[in-house]
Design a binder for this molecule. Structure first.
Ligand code: NAP
Length: 282
């Protein structure tokens, strides 16, 4: 691909690695890329049975699939993954999780693990696979941030900070490598229908369903924008307006909005404590 080309990237036959492919947005990103004609897909997450089911489906579409079940908090496991798959054209850094409780209610190991998966693994995979892309002057990296990465969220302080890291990292990375034939894209969704809330806030009632985008729509829009060379996407009108509005508020006005959100989170947490539910995770 020529530097700073504005043509839609032709990914037919490309080798792809998708993290967090066992569920939600990652599973749909893998499907959307297969619809674009990629040749090989490596599916990464911890739940091997889920990956194998998806691999069987994608193989029926004529794609070579490999599954690699590993914990992205484990750096040695990531190095093993890179050794097994040193040549990847398109890297999808999607795996991640949230912790939706006030910081004093979460143990420090979980918070640090969140940073390991949401940030450290992303840097390690990107650093590992980028040299091959630059050498071939062909490649792309999609990084999944979040609307929460633009605005700090109460009861999600560490998660918001991890996504702010991804946003900043993506922008710097893009400035470094876009002239070398590698397309860098930030996907920053608002609420998406997936297992995310069951993991982030097990037992707590989720926001109303009408506020959620479908992972299929988000993934399709993201792949279209990425391959077209668009630097960043916040899918959906409501999240775009919400992010723009909160960003435009000076700190002194943003604070009351965040405090109201914090109160709502506390109330939901309290209600959840009184009437525990179950996680959607299997
Ligand atoms: N859903 C939302 O509202 C929303 C909004 C903005 C951004 N996001 C971001 O979108 C991305 C995908 O989330 P999702 O909504 O699709 O949630 P999801 O359905 O919970 O999927 C998360 C994926 O990450 C994988 N994963 C989590 N921890 C892992 C670990 N330690 N090692 C390997 N894989 C791990 C999970 O696989 P295993 O459990 O099988 O390992 C799963 O495939 C995340 O980065 C999330 O922060 C989500």
């Amino acid at each position: 691909m020529s530097p700073l080309s504005t043509a839609v990237m032709d990914v037919s036959g490309a080798r792809v690695l998708v993290t967090g492919a066992s569920s939600g947005i990652g599973m749909e990103l893998a499907r959307a890329l297969v619809r674009r004609g990629v040749g090989e897909v490596v599916l990464v997450a911890r739940r091997r049975n889920r990956l194998e089911t998806l691999a069987a489906e994608l193989a029926r579409a004529g794609v070579t699939c490999d599954v690699d079940d590993l914990d992205l908090a484990d750096e040695t496991a990531i190095d093993g993954l890179l050794a097994r798959h040193p040549q990847v054209d398109l890297l999808v850094n999607n795996a991640g999780f949230g912790s939706g409780f006030p910081i004093l209610d979460v143990d420090p190991d979980t918070l640090c693990r969140l940073i390991d998966v949401n940030c450290r693994a992303v840097v390690r995979l990107t650093r590992g696979l980028l040299p091959g892309m630059v050498k071939r002057s062909f490649g792309g990296i999609l990084l999944v941030g979040s609307a929460a990465g633009y605005v700090p969220m109460p009861a999600m302080a560490v998660y918001s900070a991890s996504k702010a890291f991804i946003h900043s990292f993506t922008e710097g990375l893009r400035a470094e490598v876009e002239r070398r034939g590698v397309r860098i894209h930030l996907l920053a969704p608002g609420p998406v229908e997936s297992e995310f809330y069951g993991v982030a806030r097990p037992g707590i009632r989720r926001p109303p369903a009408r506020l959620f985008a479908s992972p299929q729509a988000v993934a399709e829009a993201a792949v279209r924008a990425w391959l077209a060379g668009q630097p960043e996407l916040v899918p959906g009108v409501l999240p775009r307006v919400g992010v723009a509005a909160l960003q435009s508020l000076p700190g002194v006005l943003r604070r009351p909005v965040m405090e109201a959100a914090e109160k709502r989170a506390e109330a939901a947490l309290e209600a959840g404590r009184r009437k525990p539910g179950t996680s959607s995770r299997d």
